[in-house]
Design a protein. Structure first.
Lengths: 336, 336
DNA sequence: ATGAAAGCGCTAACAG
DNA sequence: CTGTTAGCGCTTTCAT
């Protein structure tokens, strides 16, 4: 036996079992009652011929492929595997094939992938957009394919959104810094209009204002969501006329870069400068000092996305959109 | 305009352009000469109707889906995104849609995914098996779907393999430790029969023997490819009657766990105990002390896998199998 | 350079 | 409970 893959089709099974292809189809799908005797014959034939349904043909005929695309900006960012894990566990349980594609944060790649998913008749898309606005996503994908967007909603009620409720976690972080005696707190965000940085910066400003702390524009910097981005932005903040005593960052990689910048400036962490990240990726617990950060429950986001998508598939395109915000929490380690 | 997704089919385009669907198909695929005037008309109709070919139908008819599955054991392991990145760049350039699926290292999941890929008529599979042997993979997938396996080849010449040449890098690591004065070197591998640990342990034994160093069974331990696995295994080695002065590890996560174990035992790194990892994942440069490790060129492996797969697709199943070994190198940082 | 007809493998719609 | 017919949307013969 060299080859475990036979090329038997449903017609071969039907002939072998002495029934019609339709009956074989229904015996396998359970969509129509089939007598026990017939079902047994069919199961024997399926096993004997090693029949594997052609899922492409099934998809064309039934207009449902049982595939779900998860489109992420940077699979190297450890945040996404967590989301993917949650998505995976929920969807495989329901018989879907979830698969991951990677845009590298390029807007044109986001467009290309979305169009490709539609052309391939995926049953749903879960996406963390880096460059595309929800309206454009909806425009590209159309109404036939359900989309769940990870991130801040745009106010419209025509798309499902799932997000981490950064505000609670960031507020907790700022309060914690305040309790530690910090009165001047900086923030490093991502590039304008890209990713979660804008929203996190707003949450930060609100939290700071709520405590009656002042903010200085010199304490706010932006850069790519990378270690190097954090290094540059951190260095700029630390070079300001009166540097802050603490810095919050829009993600953990930026925070790790900011720690590099602090060390390069000869500052001790957290005694000279406290640093807090966002995301609580695996690395956060491995760096030195261990990173205090906001856990955004990435796996929970993945689970919520998958569940939202399944509900949307069940309810159809006209059902009211769901906007889910999952709580975040401060994880106190050593960097603050 | 609420919906960017039209439901125009090739028949609508043909009617709009005043030609047959056959001609539209050929105008788009370029598989048959079409007059310039006709092609222009068709392009206009395609644009006006916003025609998007149905790729499921195309796949059923042409028996080629232009999809490539990348099956990995643990997408959370930072090694895989690197591989995926290389795979992605090569395959998208050739018009394929590469997608990633995750088995969590469960043998049954590997089987299930492979069968699903065949049923979905993917044009190729790139896989890093954790539990399945090459023969079983070939058996499940059959001859129709090309497979490139990441890892040690099994001696047969019926499957394409791509691997990092661990031996050169591990040999360099052992020599380096020897140069530093180490004469007793331990090794932490993965579970028996799972992943690259077995082969790396063999390479280690050869390198140690080549330098005339003795090995002690107490200095060899095994555990899961995780930080906790490295912590446990490292603690066991350090608790042996005469602990080694250096430990090499089958991957970086194990090495980071071994560093935990060393610290827990009150040992300084690298002065009391030197530690070397394998893979050079991003974290390796972020931990403290920064991890000396063997870079296995994960992105290069991804590129080689994709190129091997494309050649296999072009050459057919009967062409001789390619076994590619990419060089690895020692990256000296602080832990050794 | 183009069209007509057939069919990829399956399931839905329509019968009994 | 089962079968017959039709057709998902496209590409491939085969014919001109």
């Amino acid at each position: 036996m060299i080859d475990g893959h036979s090329i038997a089709g449903i017609i071969d099974v039907a002939a072998d079992a002495g029934v019609s292809p339709t009956t074989v189809s229904h015996a396998l799908s359970g969509k129509r009652a089939v007598s026990a005797k017939t079902r047994l014959k069919i199961q024997e034939s399926v096993a004997r011929l090693n029949y594997q349904p052609n899922l492409v043909a099934r998809g064309l005929r039934s207009q449902r492929t049982h595939t779900i695309a998860l489109l992420v900006a940077d699979i190297s960012n450890p945040y996404y595997p967590e989301v993917a894990s949650g998505v995976h566990d929920v969807l495989t349980r329901d018989g879907y094939l979830p698969f991951v594609c990677n845009t590298n944060g390029v807007a044109e790649a986001e467009r290309t992938f979305l169009a490709e998913f539609v052309a391939r008749s995926v049953d749903g898309i879960i996406m963390h957009p880096m460059a595309l606005a929800p309206a454009e996503i909806r425009f590209i994908v159309g109404r036939r394919v359900p989309v769940v967007i990870i991130g801040e909603d745009d106010g419209s009620h025509s798309v499902d959104f799932v997000r981490s409720d950064d505000r609670t976690g960031i507020s907790a972080g700022v309060s914690y810094l305040h309790d530690q005696g910090h009165r001047s707190i900086g923030f490093i965000s991502g590039p304008v209009g890209i990713g979660p940085g804008d929203a996190r910066l707003i949450s930060f400003r609100l939290a700071v204002a709520a405590l009656g702390l002042r903010t200085d524009d010199e304490w706010i910097a932006r850069g790519p969501y990378t270690r190097d981005g954090g290094l540059d932005a951190g260095a700029r903040i630390l070079a300001s006329s009166t540097p802050p005593t603490a810095i919050m960052c829009a993600n953990d990689l930026i925070a790790i870069g900011a720690m590099d910048a602090a060390r390069a400036a000869g500052l001790a962490i957290p005694s000279d400068i406290a640093i807090i990240g966002c995301d609580n990726i695996g690395i956060a617990d491995l760096v030195s000092p261990r990173l205090t950060t906001i856990d955004n429950n990435a796996r929970g986001v993945g689970i919520a996305c998958a569940e939202t998508l399944l509900l949307r598939i069940a309810d159809g395109p006209d059902a009211v959109a769901r906007h889910t915000a999952l709580p975040t929490r401060l994880v106190i380690r050593q960097s603050a």
